[in-house]
Design a protein around this ligand. Sequence first.
Ligand code: AMP
Ligand code: ZN
Length: 137
Amino acid sequence: MDCIFCKIVTGEIPSYKIYEDENVLAFLDITPVNPGHTLVIPKKHYKNIIDTPDELLQGMALAVKKIAPAIIKAVKADAWNLGANNGAVAGQIVMHTHWHIMPRFTNDGHHLWYGKPYADGEIAEVAQRITDNIKIR
Ligand code: AMP
Ligand code: ZN
């Protein structure tokens, strides 16, 4: 499999690993939003959150809970963002499930995306269409 993150799991590509358990690996992003920016991945290859088995997502969430406070303390961050780009249009470049833990500092120059208002009546219609499509397993 020609996947950068799979190669990081096997050690074929070097990385600064900061956390590892049976199913989950975390390592520093090489082009960080700020120093300490970390990627959390399942060791097995899945292309996005939807494809990733529940127990692996649970393991990733628990890893974030362990790692984030350590990152914040280490780099003395004021806050942090947890992010996932799902699909190329949303900015996903590496097609192996991953979450970004991004330390934030006051006036670090980064911004969140901008919100835009709904058209009249659109919000209720969108809510209905989404709830109609939720499949409870
Ligand atoms: P995304 O745009 O959500 O797919 O993010 C992919 C991230 O992987 C980017 O922030 C890259 O900087 C990071 N990245 C790519 N190659 C490596 C690597 N070899 N080691 C660490 N991080 C990497
Ligand atoms: Zn992979």
